[in-house]
Each structure stands twice: as structure tokens, then as C-alpha cells.
Design a protein around this ligand. Structure first.
Ligand code: C2E
Ligand code: CA
Ligand code: CA
Ligand code: CA
Length: 277
């Protein structure tokens, strides 16, 4: 465990030093994090080729009273194992829709992408809960993007595809996250009702300098054109990466170069500052 000063931001390290006992502590505390209002939703901008913000990915943070800001890389796997991901994921969905409703109320429009964990997706009432939050907040379903990881898809392909169709029937958009990192075959793409692919940052990183990564990114972009899928390249940190992606037809970018994940309020004021009309 790592203490942090009031104003400093420390990411709790996911390392061997996270002892078993620390894990039990966290598990117990995570149970209360929702009730105690310790979860924060950060937003990271998604930007088009002209530099306009077209969307944002919602990224969860845990504002722990003594440990500071804890990264989802630490507590999401724990939440997934213990089943706490279900209430946590529901909180995220609700929060994202509240933000979308606020944005619509100001006459603006934007998409927010929400990460859906495999366990959350497999809940029997997941589709119903999506429908419920959309109805309650009055958000235009097309503004909500659900990011589903590639890993989920192969575990139970037909069931996953059926559920994807139910979600599409609600009007939400579906995005395949971490594309290319798993073992799924490209042929699954034609069976899945998805709208978007996210190119994982492990490919983006060296694409400008490594022939193999460059070829993989080109294949992903070309496949997505063929299937009429939108593409978001993630982990864009340098101008070289951005220019490479643009040169190969990518139209939407996410990464530290374009903007870091930030508190929702900060993101919203950025939108106001950058608004064209
Ligand atoms: P992800 O879905 O692949 O999210 C992208 C991660 O890359 C985020 O890490 C983001 O902060 C980071 N990132 C963005 N741009 C850059 C960049 O230019 N360079 C580098 N090095 N990193 C960049 P984060 O926020 O720590 O989240 C980690 C993972 O935790 C996410 O990976 C996602 O799998 C999971 N996660 C986050 N929020 C949620 C949530 O609400 N629900 C669920 N189920 N999972 C979540
Ligand atoms: Ca994601
Ligand atoms: Ca991702
Ligand atoms: Ca990733």
C-alpha cells in the first residue's frame, strides 16, 4: 500500500509488492467504494483528423481515502474476480449516461465509450440494465458506445453475438476493444454486429518504425474499411504515430498526444473552450 499526499496523485502499483493481505484489504474496501462515493469517472478525448473532439472514453478511477488515486489496472481484475464489477460497471454506465444527458442539455453532441467487462456482459440482465439507464436518463442511444474486449468474443461466440444483436436493437454502438491482441479470427468480424474497432496501443506504438507493426496496422485499417467499421487508434503519443495513422486512412485517435484521461468536469470545460459554434 502506498500513502499519498493530499494533492499528489499516486498510482497504486500493480506489482509483486501488492501482497495478499493488501489484496484482501482492497477487496473489502472496494465493496464500499460505490456507497462511499469513492469512484470517479475520467474522460479521455477521442479526436478526428481535424483535431475536433468527437467522443470520449470513460475510464474509471478509485479515489481511495488514504491510498490516493488507484488505477483500474489494479482493481478491475479484482472486481471482475469477485463479481463486484457488476455494481461497479452499473455505476459507470449510469455516470456516463448522466454526463451524456448533461451534454445534450447544453445542445452539444458527443459519444461516450464505456468499457464493459466480460462478467458484466454475461449477466442475464445486462441488456435490460442498459435499456433502463437509457430510458431513465433520456440519452440518445447512439451516443453510448459499449466497448467489448476481444477475449470475450471467442469464449462463447454464439451467445456473445446474440447479446450483441440485442444491444444493437437498443440503438447503442458496439466497439471491439484491444483488437488484434487476442486470438480471435478475422472471420468473426463478419458475424459480429459491431460498429467500431479499437486498434490496441501495442500496435500503434512502433508502427512508424517497425515494419511488422506497420503491416498489422495497415491490415486492421483495410479490414475495417472493407467491413465498414469505424476505427479508433488508441495510445497515440507522438506526432510520428499520428501521421502514420492518418497516412493510412485512420480517422479517429485517442492518446496522450491528444489528451490524457481527465476528470469529467475538466473535459466538459475543455469542450466549451474548444467549441466552434
Ligand atoms: P483500455 O480499455 O485499453 O483503456 C485504455 C488505457 O490506456 C487507459 O488506461 C488509458 O489511460 C491508457 N492510455 C490512453 N492513452 C494512452 C497513451 O497515449 N499512452 C499510454 N501508455 N496509455 C494510454 P487506464 O485508464 O489505466 O485503464 C486501464 C484498463 O482498465 C482499461 O484499458 C480497461 O480495460 C480497464 N477499465 C478502465 N475503466 C473501466 C471501466 O469503467 N470498466 C471496466 N470494465 N474496465 C475499465
Ligand atoms: Ca477500452
Ligand atoms: Ca483498449
Ligand atoms: Ca488495452
Amino acid at each position: 500500500a502506498k500513502a499519498s499526499g493530499r494533492n499528489s496523485v499516486h498510482f497504486f502499483e500493480s506489482s509483486m509488492q501488492v501482497a495478499v493481505e493488501a489484496r484482501f484489504d482492497l477487496e473489502g474496501e472496494l465493496r464500499h467504494a460505490v456507497d462511499r462515493e469513492q469512484l470517479r469517472l475520467f474522460l479521455q478525448p477521442q479526436v478526428d483528423a481535424a483535431g475536433h473532439i468527437v467522443g470520449a472514453e470513460a475510464l474509471l478511477r478509485w479515489q481511495h481515502p488514504s491510498k490516493g488515486l488507484i488505477s483500474p489496472a489494479v482493481f478491475i481484475p479484482l472486481a471482475e474476480e469477485t463479481g463486484l464489477i457488476v455494481p461497479v460497471g452499473q455505476w459507470v454506465l449510469n455516470q456516463a449516461c448522466q454526463i451524456l444527458a448533461g451534454i445534450a442539455g447544453r445542445g452539444q453532441s458527443l459519444r461516450i465509450s464505456v468499457n464493459v467487462s466480460p462478467r458484466q456482459f454475461r449477466q442475464a440482465d445486462f441488456v435490460a440494465s442498459v435499456r433502463e439507464v437509457l430510458a431513465r436518463t433520456g440519452v440518445a442511444p447512439a451516443c453510448l458506445v459499449l466497448e467489448i474486449t476481444e477475449g470475450l468474443v471467442i469464449e462463447d461466440l454464439q451467445h456473445t453475438i446474440d447479446k450483441m444483436h440485442e444491444l444493437k436493437a437498443c440503438g447503442v454502438r458496439l466497439s471491439l476493444d484491444d483488437f488484434g491482441t487476442g486470438y480471435s479470427s478475422l472471420t468473426y468480424l463478419k458475424r459480429m454486429p459491431i460498429d467500431e474497432l479499437k486498434i490496441d496501443r501495442s500496435f500503434v506504438r512502433d508502427a512508424p518504425v517497425n515494419d511488422n507493426d506497420a503491416a498489422l496496422v495497415e491490415v486492421m485499417l483495410s479490414v475495417s474499411r472493407h467491413f465498414h467499421l469505424e476505427v479508433v487508434a488508441e495510445g497515440v503519443e507522438t506526432l510520428d504515430q499520428l501521421n502514420f495513422l492518418k497516412a493510412h486512412g485512420c480517422r479517429c485517435f485517442q492518446g496522450y498526444l491528444l489528451g490524457r484521461p481527465m476528470p469529467a468536469e475538466t473535459f466538459l470545460s475543455l469542450m466549451d473552450d474548444g467549441s466552434d459554434q
